[in-house]
Design a protein around this ligand. Structure first.
Ligand code: FAD
Length: 363
């Protein structure tokens, strides 16, 4: 039986463990924090899965494959931790990201509707839009219940025999030999090693360091009549200027606003705290498009960190007996289980390292 060592118990590490167990591996997972680690990028009430990827046809196609693997995950967990809210991008010009996504949907035959501003306000009456705004609606996207998924995978992996070790910080890896040394000096050697340490990768492998960012999303409460509309409407992938998105309050989760424009250079050593007042900065770019905007207030901040370089492409490096996953951006949750299956397909020799790398880069 081959032994897989996984460093990092975020969604990528847990999904790789799931795929490896299904393929007959013995698996040891090493996590520097508690299990689950509330500071991991994978830890939050919810994450968005949406087809809208501009002109990036490879990633748009990958979303369909991701949905197929999520179905298998629901089968393993015995429950569907996904709410199909639909996803709506709102365009304010003729050639922005939403228009690019529309062109890609048309090329690939992804089902969608193009809505006028009046039609958008009919399905999302909490919004008030300029007349020339239009929307790209996809009915299949929606909300992944992230924390419950992480909890479910932890329990499933344990039930299938994975050794899950909390508070085990790996301080050195030998990628050629698939061996790791823990902070207390213990050494473990496997047949395959997967490093999925998110924004902490540069601390472990300085040779793989890429820029890291702090992203603070904000849970908000709005006027009660508007909250009812949020609960029934689609999730928003784009609204206003600056890559703003909103996740619906479904199945006990809150309404969450996020903004790409609110991303800051930073690393986990900067800490995970945030003043509630920062939430008003996240709400600000939404405000021109919110009916009764003055009634919205932040109720909780959620701070996470991720790796992101200018390529906006996932990176999987294969070195010796190891695979290193990085550059996951604010995008990898939806693809986590799919990536886990591809990593194990490569470890099993079903796809080559070159194919894996090209695929991860959205080829
Ligand atoms: C605010 C925010 C919003 C996002 N929104 C979305 C979204 O809507 N949709 C989407 O698809 N994606 C989204 N993402 C991105 C997605 O959440 C991440 O890309 C994904 O969760 C990364 O998973 P991971 O397993 O690679 O990393 P992480 O979840 O960060 O896990 C890495 C783990 O490795 C552990 N670790 C690190 N170093 C060591 C070490 N030396 N030894 C042992 N353990 C170690 C860490 O403690 C951590 O638990 C968002 C991210 C953020 C921060």
């Amino acid at each position: 039986m081959k032994h897989l060592i996984v460093v990092g118990a975020g969604l990528v590490g847990l999904s790789t463990t799931r795929a490896a167990l299904a393929s007959g591996y013995k698996v040891t997972v090493l996590e520097q924090g508690p299990l689950p680690n509330p500071n991991a990028a994978s830890s939050d009430q919810h994450r968005l899965i949406r087809y809208q990827y501009g002109r990036a046809a490879g990633y748009t196609r990958m979303v369909s494959h991701a949905f197929d693997v999520w179905e298998k995950v629901w089968g393993d967990l015995g429950e569907t931790l996904f709410e199909k809210t639909g996803t709506l991008g709102i365009a304010h010009g003729s050639n922005d990201y939403v228009a690019q996504s529309l062109a890609t949907f048309e090329d690939l035959g992804i089902p969608h509707e193009r809505l006028t501003s009046t039609e958008i306000e009919r399905i999302a009456p909490q919004l008030t839009l300029p007349e020339d705004a239009w929307g790209l609606l996809n009915a299949d996207g929606g909300v992944l219940l992230a924390e419950r998924i992480v909890d479910g995978l932890l329990a499933w992996n344990r039930s299938q025999g994975a050794v899950m070790r909390a508070h085990c910080r790996v301080e050195h890896v030998d990628l050629e030999r698939a061996s790791v040394r823990l902070i207390d000096g213990e050494v473990l050697e496997g047949d395959v090693l997967v490093v999925a340490t998110g924004a902490w990768l540069g601390e472990l492998l300085p040779s793989h360091a890429l820029p890291t960012y702090r992203q603070a999303a904000c849970y908000v409460e709005g006027p009660e009549a508007m909250m009812a509309h949020w609960r029934n409407g689609p999730s928003l992938t784009d609204i206003g200027i600056g890559d703003n998105y909103a996740l619906m309050p479904v199945r006990g989760t809150g309404l969450k606003f996020g903004s790409g424009a609110h991303r800051r250079a930073g690393s986990p050593t900067d800490g995970f705290g945030a003043e509630l007042a920062e939430g008003y900065e996240v709400i600000a770019p939404f405000a021109p498009y919110l009916r009764y905007a003055e009634g919205y207030r932040p109720v909780r901040m959620a701070v996470g960190y991720y790796v992101k370089d200018s390529s906006e492409k996932f990176r999987i490096d294969t070195i010796g007996k190891s695979m290193v996953v990085t550059n996951c951006d604010g995008q990898m949750f939806k693809f986590g289980p799919l990536v886990g299956e591809r990593l194990i397909a490569c470890a099993d020799g079903k796809i080559s390292a070159g194919e894996l790398q090209g695929w991860a880069a959205g080829a």
